[in-house]
Design a protein around this ligand. Structure first.
Ligand SMILES: [Mg+2]
Length: 409
């Protein structure tokens, strides 16, 4: 039975994403073991086709090791730009199905379908349609797990692979989880697994037989959390941790501003400041939002609020790229109005560390700007904000309402 409060969550995950893109684009690779990753002595496997996985090859494995396991495998250097382009197409499809899409990586997302299935119908039928649409528009396979909570949806999509669909109804969650190894739970790595083994726990079902107090004694707060997860209780909402997180700044001008030039200066100052914080936190964002409060009063102290957003081709931590996007939005939003408040925010965050570890920095201009940004960060860390400024004088940052707005979109 589906309780009225039960949620419906999809976890959609492309199958062997990078390798599948390569196989799609080069018929000679189809049906063959394909490994995408650096060929150098220190390269790692970024993705392996299912034909390669048969040999025990998996991502993050050193390519040297992979070559030993399967000397006949085809090694492909990979093309992050192409994968990002595909990722955008895939997420555009996800976006048609739910307003709440949480990206976990380029090829993987949670979709909160609770409201959508009320509109679109039976979750399994909806997921079937989504899979068919991804297949038709991109030529790629996506597996989908359906469950009332995130963790279970993710496990389900994994078990559904390749090219499958698996739905776990709310009243089936416990039975579904019981036989699975504890390592299936988010955050249970080899160390935790070893600890649990000493407690006689091998499966998620075993976990449920241990009194919570004993788990707490052995593992601390995390033990209690684990007990909840083992019962299929995973309260995390879709998009709570990533999608909703943004880096932004806004300012109410001391006097309304009509000059586009001055607005662009404000945009630039905010963009550079946000970019610095992104770099400091080793994240990049793909979505840029411009928020404007127009100067014409609506009465009662209210003013018309205009927000516009766009998604960049690549995640960025570069102030110039963020400012350029925000300027585009400014032109689109309101050509003539005087502005009372202006804000810039960057969301859809991705880890920049993974990016560097990932494949390649092909774009020379971007690489050059990244070096420049690092140099600027170093100088500013040492001498403060005023030490170095690019181009025109900064906008009146004294008027900043608040520097940091996290968790606001
Ligand atoms: Mg995947």
């Amino acid at each position: 039975m589906r309780s009225p409060s039960a949620r419906t969550i999809f976890h959609a995950d492309m199958d062997a994403f990078f390798a599948a893109v390569e196989q799609r684009d080069d018929p000679a690779l189809r049906g063959r073991p394909v490994i995408v990753g650096g060929r150098s002595a220190r390269g790692v496997v970024a993705a392996a086709s299912y034909e390669a996985r048969v040999f025990g090859i998996h991502s993050a494995m050193p390519t040297v090791h992979a070559r030993r396991l399967c000397p006949d495998a085809v090694f492909v250097a990979g093309d992050m730009r192409k994968y990002r382009r595909e990722s955008r197409r895939i997420f555009a499809i996800f976006d048609r199905y739910s307003p709440t899409v949480e990206a976990l990586s380029l090829d993987e997302a949670f979709l909160d379908m609770t409201g959508s299935t009320r509109l679109l119908g039976d979750p399994v039928a909806v997921a079937t349609r989504l899979r068919a649409e991804v297949r038709a528009e991109t030529g790629l396979a996506v597996s989908v797990g359906i469950a009332p909570v995130k963790m279970v949806a993710k496990i389900a999509s994994d078990l559904a692979k390749p090219d499958g669909l698996l739905a776990v109804a709310p009243d089936e969650v416990c039975a579904f989880l019981a036989p699975l190894p504890v390592g299936r739970i988010f955050g249970v790595g080899p160390v935790a697994r070893a600890r649990l083994t000493t407690l006689g726990i091998a499966t998620i079902g075993d976990l449920r037989t241990i009194p919570e107090a004993r788990l707490a004694a052995a593992l601390g707060v995390w033990g209690v959390e684990l007990a909840c997860l083992a019962r299929g209780e995973d309260a995390r909402a879709v998009a709570a941790d990533r999608e909703a997180k943004s880096y932004g700044e806004e300012q109410t001008f001391t006097r309304d501003v009509e000059s586009r030039e001055r607005l662009c200066e404000a945009i630039r100052a905010h963009a550079e400041a946000i970019a610095r914080r992104l770099r400091r936190d080793h994240v990049r964002g793909r979505r840029v939002t411009l928020k404007l409060k127009l100067a014409r009063a609506l009465g009662g102290g209210r003013y018309p609020l205009v927000t516009r957003a766009l998604t960049l081709p690549d995640a960025t931590d570069d102030g110039a790229a963020i400012a350029a996007a925000a300027r585009t939005l400014l032109v689109r939003a309101t050509p003539h109005d005087a502005i009372r408040l202006l804000g810039v925010a960057v969301s859809r965050l991705e880890s920049a560390a993974g990016e560097q570890m990932g494949l390649l920095a092909t774009d020379r201009d971007a690489a050059r700007r990244a070096r420049l940004n690092r140099a600027v960060d170093t100088i500013q860390a040492r001498y403060g904000d005023a030490a170095l400024r690019r181009g025109a004088a900064p906008a009146e940052r004294a008027g900043l309402s608040q520097g940091i707005k996290r968790g606001e979109d």
